[in-house]
Design a protein around this ligand. Structure first.
Ligand code: CMP
Length: 546
């Protein structure tokens, strides 16, 4: 029994195809021009017969697709074949003309040659084999266009030969010239151009022309419709992409989206087109049955499997389980993929592109990650807010893995859990260390910014009525001033103001307090400056009153 999809069956179909086309091209020529010698046409007729009979034999012995499985039962196969194409195949196989020679004593005219045309029936059977010639490498629309041209040429050839048969050779042209003229007549008639330079001269010819004209009108409509359709479909994806972009840009214009943002959106879609022809992998995969989905996923993600070190040496089940749950996502340059301090629900694998791991304020870059690295695992593993922000440096193709799947994988594959936990802890420690270092540096920097303030100069105390006014010259790098007064008869000083931002201190109810001493100093983050010389209220009071 032959399998319908076996190599033998495909090769055999190709042989039948070649003989069918050979017969369809040569037989009309043999009928009108006798292009071959009698012997050669007889031999080729017998060989063709052998091939076509062989084809019937093959058909009787090929399993047929049944419900869910192949049917090998000869009786069922024969029944189905006889009910469908057997008669056509048989008619095409019989060498009618060659056989007829044995029966007719008197050679009939050329007209009898027509009975050879039964071979053309085999053309009805070759469309399947023809279609199989186009593989996945050839654009299906272009291939259909090629097939359409093939069928048009076959029809035009037969009709041209028919025309020669109807009109004969009144001008005594060579067979080649005659054929070209007839072919020319056929194309002008079939395409409904009809220049009218070659005309039917008798009723039979007029009837032939009428028939061909009807066929031509039908074919013309069919061809134009088909070609328009085929050309539109040559690049379906591109056409869809263009349409999508037009719609999108109309929307962006209509809603007055700023130019910069529009440009960003456009270049994002351009990137999607360049990298995956505008297809969304997840939705394509969603249409596949699960077994095929696994294979396609594995194939599509094989680069990520090769690149990510934790997949190295992992078991097939582990890889399959992880890969199936990865969702492809694309980020554009400058996007925050993860924001420090937020709650995390996913981790990410980088398929293509690079990202910066930065501090919450964006000033420190802790690390740069690229193809094959992953991030976002700390928040999931250690149940803490995101330790850092992740910013896309250019376009980034990432795969995200949600927390549920991640937890499930951790539970099932302890060695993976151990690896990733170690890495997460190492990374968190690095971040902590970097933060501490940064804090130290900031303090040193702040100190560098301010030197300790100098001594207060030109300290003056004025008393006008009950108002005391203490003023002094501003010192460099002060943060604030502190004013103290000595407690009478002791060595202790009390603070009158600890956070004075101006260079004077006013005391409104200064009542005859004599002999009081004051000092002032400036303070900043680097520390306090030295105390000023002491000013005494008594002295100044005398001065001011004098
Ligand atoms: P998560 O805290 O969830 O979000 C920020 C991510 O940045 C973090 O997980 C890690 O994956 C990643 N990350 C943090 N620190 C470092 C580091 N020192 N080197 C590389 N990646 C880091």
């Amino acid at each position: 029994m032959i399998l319908p999809d076996s190599k033998f069956r495909h090769s055999w179909d190709l042989v039948v195809l070649i003989f069918a086309v050979y017969s369809a091209v040569t037989i009309p020529l043999i009928i009108i021009f006798n292009i071959f010698s009698e012997l050669f046409s007889d031999i080729s007729a017998w060989i063709t017969t052998a091939v076509f009979l062989g084809d019937i034999f093959v058909k009787f012995n090929t399993a047929i697709p049944g419900r869910g499985k192949l049917v090998f039962d000869r009786k069922a196969i024969a029944k189905k074949y006889i009910a469908s194409w057997f008669l056509i195949d048989l008619l095409a196989a019989v060498p009618l003309y060659t056989v007829s020679k044995f029966f007719t004593v008197v050679r009939l005219g050329k007209i009898v040659g027509i009975i050879r045309l039964n071979r053309l029936l085999k053309l009805l059977r070759i469309s399947k084999s023809l279609k199989r010639l186009g593989g996945p490498g050839i654009n299906p629309a272009i291939f259909r266009l090629i097939l359409l041209v093939f069928w048009i040429l076959m029809a035009a050839h037969t009709i041209a030969c028919g025309w020669i048969m109807m009109t004969g050779n009144p001008d005594g042209l060579t067979p080649f010239d005659l054929y070209i003229r007839a072919f020319y007549w056929t194309t002008t008639t079939l395409t409904t151009i009809g220049y009218g330079d070659i005309l039917p001269v008798n009723t039979n010819q007029i009837i032939y022309v009428i028939i061909i004209e009807f066929i031509g009108a039908g074919m013309y409509g069919l061809i134009i419709g088909n070609i328009a359709n085929l050309i539109a479909n040559i690049d379906v994806a591109k056409a869809q992409h263009r349409e999508k972009m037009e719609k999108l840009n109309t929307f962006l214009r209509y809603r007055d989206i700023p130019q910069d943002l529009s440009r960003k959106i456009n270049s994002y879609f351009e990137y999607l087109w360049q990298t995956r022809r505008g297809y969304n992998e997840s939705s394509v995969l969603a249409e596949l049955p699960s077994s095929l989905k696994t294979w396609v996923s594995l194939f599509l993600n094989k680069d990520i499997i090769e690149k990510v070190p934790i997949f190295e040496g992992a078991s097939d089940e582990f890889i399959k389980e992880t890969i199936m749950n990865l969702v492809p996502v694309v980020y554009t340059p400058g996007d925050y993929i993860v924001t420090a301090g937020e709650v995390g629900y996913d981790m990410f694998f980088i398929s293509k592109g690079s990202v910066d791991v930065v501090s919450a304020d964006g000033t420190t870059v802790y690390a740069t990650l690229s193809d094959g690295h992953f991030f976002g695992e700390i928040a999931l593993l250690l149940s803490m807010p995101r330790t850092a922000s992740i910013v896309a440096k250019g376009y980034c193709d990432l795969y995200s893995l949600d927390k549920d799947t991640f937890d499930m994988i951790l539970a099932r594959y302890p060695s993976f859990a151990k690896n990733i936990k170690e890495l997460a802890e190492k990374r968190r420690d690095e971040i902590d260390a970097a933060r501490m270092k940064r804090a130290d540096e900031t303090m040193v920097e702040d100190e560098k910014k301010y030197s300790v303030p100098g001594k207060i100069e030109e300290l003056i105390l004025k008393i006008t009525g009950s108002k005391m006014n203490l003023s002094w010259k501003e010192v460099k790098d002060f943060g604030h001033y502190e004013v103290v007064r000595r407690i009478p008869d002791s060595n202790k000083w009390i603070f009158l103001d600890k956070n004075l931002l101006f260079t004077n201190y006013i005391y409104e109810n200064y009542e005859n307090l004599t002999e009081l001493e004051y000092r002032v100093r400036a303070v900043n983050v680097s520390g306090p400056g030295p105390w000023s010389d002491i000013v005494t209220a008594a002295g100044t009071k005398t001065e001011s009153s004098s």
